[in-house]
Design a protein around this ligand. Sequence first.
Ligand code: NAD
Ligand code: UDP
Length: 335
Amino acid sequence: MMRKALVTGGAGFIGSHLSKRLVDDGFKVTIIDNLYTGSRRNIAELEEKGDVKFIKLDVSEAKAEEFAKENFDEIYNLACPASPVHYQATPLKTALTSFYGVLFSLELARLTGAKLMHASTSEIYGDPLLHPQEEHQWGNVNTIGIRSCYDEGKRFAETLVSDYIRVYDIDARMIRIFNTYGPKMHPQDGRVVSNFIVEALEGRDITIYGDGSQTRSFQFVSDLVEAIRKYMRLDRAKVKEFFCKNNLPAPVLNIGNPSEYTVKELAAKTLEKLPESPSRLVFESLPGDDPKKRRPDITLAKALLGWEPKITLDEGLDKTIEYFRAKSNNKISID
Ligand code: NAD
Ligand code: UDP
């Protein structure tokens, strides 16, 4: 019988790539999304072929009992705005989405025995005190700043997953995703890679926040999706043993590309690839609590999954530029 997967946030950037991969892997996919930052265009092809079922629903209002009869084999909880611009525009909603979204997914896993993969984030490390970031670090996070709705929402979600595993013995796994980019990001997503590309393509100034010396490590989306699938396919006993041996009380893995760049280097690289662009670099004020540096230590992911990212920033930027160029030439319809 065909296996069934549920993807919350499946119409978003990562969710749509993951849903496509699940379909390719032979799953019947159901997507729950309220379309706050996602779009049905991201999954139009899958919907047309009848490979995914789309349900427009706010995950914080979803009832696990109502979905229990679907008997999903796997649940992927991705619903949550991820760009600072969008999660800060609706901060209360962001925190509640994190909380109720993961609670819904956990309850569904508890009721049905489905495996759960929860999308956590490098933001749980906050403005990191140690570099690079490895999974044993507890984070340096402001509880009352403008990023807190997201960071603390995601931190509490990790706590809930960990306690559901301890209390109900469910099969749940978590990934801390580091800055991921690629085709299907919304042109107005607001995150740095898409902003710089869209600004350069449109000939607008490239907006660097602060002096651009802050760093990020950029992962292309296909590498992330590969890691998610490898992790989910692992035998539960092996996962348990691995985290126990590594003194981590819950199964949480960093997934990212360790190649680190300053934001200014990213801007220069983007412009190098678009030499015809008249855009110049402009410097704007740095938003509150913007982490100064970020790079994943992926030793554990390498050991457990036999995985490491393959796509360099150069290759990934080329693919992403190609996507946005096609979109701006109307070869792909604009949302
Ligand atoms: P995205 O904004 O493109 O996708 C999020 C999706 O969730 C959208 O389709 C949105 O409409 C949906 N959504 C938001 N609130 C919802 C709600 N209340 N109910 C139902 N659906 C809702 O962002 P993304 O980059 O694809 O992020 C996906 C997940 O990965 C998020 O949980 C995010 O926190 C996590 N993540 C992403 C990154 C990254 O760099 N892209 C890094 C760390 C973590
Ligand atoms: N950033 C920038 N210009 C932009 C968008 C973002 O300089 O147009 C900076 C931002 O201040 C941060 C980095 O780029 O230092 C990454 O920002 P993004 O919003 O992509 O992700 P996050 O801060 O959540 O890692």
